[in-house]
Design a protein around this ligand. Sequence first.
Ligand code: 6CS
Length: 315
Amino acid sequence: EVWRFALEEVEGSVQWAYAREFKSMVEARTDGEVTVRIHPYGSLGTSADLTQQVRQGALQFTFASPGHLGSVVPEVQLLTLHFILSDDNRVNHEVLTGNQRFNELLDEAYRERGLTLYSIVPEGWMVWTAGKPLRNPADFDGVKIRTMVSPLLLSSYKAYGAKPSPMPYGEVYGALQMDMIDAQVNPVFAIQEMSFHEVQDAMTRARHAQFIATVASAPGFIDGLSAERRAMLDEIRGELAGFIFDKQRELNDKRLAMIEDSSDIEIIELDDSQRAAFRERSLPVRDEYVELAGERGRKLLDTLVQAIEQADGTE
Ligand code: 6CS
């Protein structure tokens, strides 16, 4: 039996590390009865294509980032909102992977659209790269920034005065090189492996959002497995949460050092007062989220905000 697992990222990425570990766990625990075949980004199409293939049953698992999936599952765009997470990455990790109510509510939203939520996978802080530092909202004025395609991401960058330009991941390098866009936003490991730093002059670190991916499956697939296999998948999800938290940190740290060694890109870290100016601009986008995502969206938002506040208080 073959389980096909598609990635929105290339070999060497956080998603690839996750899938490789998933593969070795599944294959060992099913005594070779199941083979997991990993499909890195490229051959099967864009993120939107991958989601479609899971819904049709051609793939058993795919990574599905809220930045792309928001067009299909509006509620998941919560995970693209700016300044909604803790500054403490471990708190974010614990809440996102460990809060059962949050995961169940999100799974309901997935199921309504022909998907199931297998796991939530935080991949590290996003940073902005551009031809210049982006220290305050005025620096974004008229900047053509590439975003993923979910509608709320466009709102987030319009709120800063930018001109967001959504496009698939695979087109970003070429678009930067050809000056069709000025800027883009991604976690550091991805910027290095996609070589975006080679065609940008400045990297601004605002800790405005994490890149949070999810792993989606087809409802009929997991529900149709034996109780034993479902229990195995639950166990593996729990073990992978800790594994990938350490892995994303390691990859993001290493790749930042590689970027610093191999290019003269300017790296800017915003201070708290600079971040506060962006945060203030970002707040109305939360209301827009609730309008788009309805009652369940509001519940997800409240659950996340409360869980983070509580965890922040106890750290
Ligand atoms: O920017 C994107 O579209 C992509 N970035 C990452 C880090 N993973 C997948 C996603 O499609």
